[in-house]
Ligand binder design. Structure first.
Ligand SMILES: Cc1cc2nc3c(=O)[nH]c(=O)nc-3n(C[C@H](O)[C@H](O)[C@H](O)COP(=O)(O)O)c2cc1C
Length: 141
């Protein structure tokens, strides 16, 4: 079987909730991890080394923060898989997230956005990483 590339977990976190969940996801998946810095420009395309990018962010005014759109827009994503997740106090109000992600991540296969509540239990992370694996298997078969 062809060896899979290591995934990347790229996250933006203000208060630490998204960072904690991103770290759990990265540990479970054996993925590389980077924090997105709203002040930085992406001069090198961060997607070159990765076929799958997990992108995490806090829900802010029912949308993804702008830094997420800028990050995705800076990546060449044709043939890549994007797995978006957010963390917030309550889940299920993500109606405005997917259109923005789809606009920014043109050419990518995009999983439906996953919502985690604060203090994400490990079981939830493990269940979602299994869903990612199933999605990747489908994309790369
Ligand atoms: C300015 C601001 C706007 C927010 N807007 C929403 C929102 O629209 N919907 C929601 O569910 N949570 C909202 N939240 C809550 C955050 O999404 C939630 O606290 C998240 O877990 C923060 O992640 P972090 O600790 O990694 O920054 C908002 C928080 C802030 C600071």
């Amino acid at each position: 079987m062809e060896e899979r590339m290591v995934p990347l977990v790229a996250y933006f976190s203000i208060g630490g909730a998204v960072r904690r969940t991103a770290e759990m996801i990265s540990a479970v998946m054996g993925a590389d991890i980077i924090a997105l810095d709203p002040e930085s420009e992406w001069i090198e395309d961060p997607s070159i080394k990765y076929d799958t990018i997990v992108v995490g962010f806090p829900m802010v005014m029912f949308k993804e923060p702008e830094v997420v759109d800028r990050f995705l827009g800076a990546c060449a994503l044709i043939g890549k898989t994007i797995c978006p997740f957010y963390v917030s106090g309550s889940i299920g109000n993500e109606g405005h997230v997917m259109p923005g992600i789809r606009r920014s991540a043109r050419g990518a296969a995009i999983m439906p956005v996953k919502g985690f509540v604060n203090d994400t239990p490990l079981e939830d992370v493990e269940a979602w990483t299994k869903a990612i694996e199933a999605f990747r298997a489908q994309e790369f078969s």
